[in-house]
Design a protein around this ligand. Structure first.
Ligand SMILES: *Cc1c(COP(=O)(O)O)cnc(C)c1O
Length: 391
């Protein structure tokens, strides 16, 4: 067996806290034990708070991608036009689901180091009145960027378009207010900023989305992918369409409680401060941030353009093998072009930031890239002068 890393600062799944691990190990209950039904309801109430919404929330029991495909499967009928906003790997991925369910994709794409411009969304919606759905990735993790969902959502609603927002790596870290922002179906995941284990899809569903799901010609029912089955069983009846992943629900309750105890603002600000400090360190090292502009950089991870004279495989392999530090690289079309320093959940902290920056610098030097040891860590730590865990 391989040695395990000393630090998992990948771009999800991330390290979870000891409290989460302990809570996940609570005794496995029969899902119709009244104690579990209560626990499930309590977990949904916490999820609503973290989503900052009065809309219904649904937990689906597969990784976040299940929720994304479920939104496509439930909404898109053959021939439906979907405006797909593409600023990265996950945005492009959604087109596969549009195709699979017979929809027609209208693509609005920007380079994968950029963000979508709401003016272009308006123009696209004006050009084609047949567009019924809009899909957008909030935090485009593989690029380390964010899209302006706050502007895009209300625009779509102006045109009567239903919005599907992948906020898998945004939830908790990037602000998102479903009601105010015109977000009909949001899909979040526990394993990114929330800092939980993977395995669940966390959905917020608006009344418009419920109408669209239930009033189409052949509503999707009796399927693992049916969001409507969850409404009928859980929301309307307090039962389950299938056995929920009991232990994953324990972990979810635990991470949501921890986020809310810390405070939503404080939690998000912690991510923001570490992301900013990390960028400061990278710039000070003379390296290039992958996002075209700092305003579009996300809080989940910092994507760094691959320096010359070293490959992604080499650098990440070296960090992992020599120092036990696991970071993510580029993904899909971005493979080899960048490396990502992760700072989600527990890793959004000076200790994790300093350790990975120090090992990053040491590894670059080991591999012959000229950086001065300590420059990035120093600048990043200097940017955190107001940090205080004790308050
Ligand atoms: C991680 C991620 C996903 C996929 O979620 P998994 O549960 O890991 O499959 C989808 N979209 C974005 C933006 C992500 O960061």
């Amino acid at each position: 067996m391989r040695n395990w890393p000393t630090l998992n600062v990948a771009s999800g799944p991330v390290e979870v806290t000891n409290r989460t691990l302990r809570d996940q190990a609570r005794p496995v209950l029969y899902h119709y034990d009244p104690a579990f039904v209560d626990f499930y309801a309590h977990t949904c109430a916490l999820l609503k708070e973290v989503y900052q919404t009065k809309y219904d929330v649904i937990i689906m029991h597969g990784e976040a991608l299940l929720g994304i495909e479920a939104a496509a499967a439930g909404l898109i009928s053959p021939g439906d036009k979907v405006l797909n906003l593409v600023s990265g790997v996950f945005g492009k991925w959604f087109e596969l689901f549009v195709d699979k369910y017979g929809g027609t994709t209208v693509e609005l794409a920007v380079p994968y180091n950029e963000a979508i411009d709401p003016d272009d969304v308006r123009k696209a919606l004006q050009r084609d009145s047949e567009i019924k759905f809009l899909s957008v990735v909030h935090s485009e993790t593989p690029s380390g960027t964010v899209n302006p969902v706050k502007e895009i959502g209300p625009l779509a609603k102006e045109f009567g378009v239903i919005t599907i927002v992948d906020t898998v790596s945004g939830l908790g870290g990037e602000q998102l207010i479903p009601e105010e922002w015109g977000v009909d179906i949001a899909i979040g995941g526990p394993q990114k900023c929330l800092g939980g284990p993977p395995g669940l899809a966390l959905l917020s569903v608006s009344p418009d989305a419920w109408r669209a799901l239930s009033q189409r010609e052949a509503p999707l029912r009796g399927s693992y992918m049916s969001i409507l089955d969850w409404k009928k069983a859980w929301i309307d009846g307090g039962t389950f369409p299938y056995t929920p992943s009991v232990s994953d629900v324990y972990a979810l309750e635990s991470v949501l409680a921890q986020v809310l105890e810390e405070g939503l603002d404080r939690f998000a600000n912690r991510h923001d401060a570490i992301a900013k400090a990390t960028r400061t360190g990278i710039k000070e090292m003379g390296l290039e941030l992958w996002p075209a502009r700092e305003e579009i950089s996300g809080v989940a991870c910092t994507a760094v353009t691959m320096p010359d004279n070293v490959t992604d495989e080499h650098l990440r392999g070296h960090m992992r093998n020599r120092y036990g530090v696991m970071v993510s690289g580029g993904y899909g079309d971005l493979a080899g072009k960048l490396i990502r320093l992760g700072h989600m959940g527990k890793a959004a902290h000076p200790t994790y930031m300093a350790a990975q920056l120090a090992v990053f610098e040491r590894s670059l030097i080991d591999l012959g890239v000229s950086v001065r040891l300590g420059v990035g860590v120093g600048a990043a730590m200097a940017a955190l002068e107001n940090w205080d865990d004790s308050e």
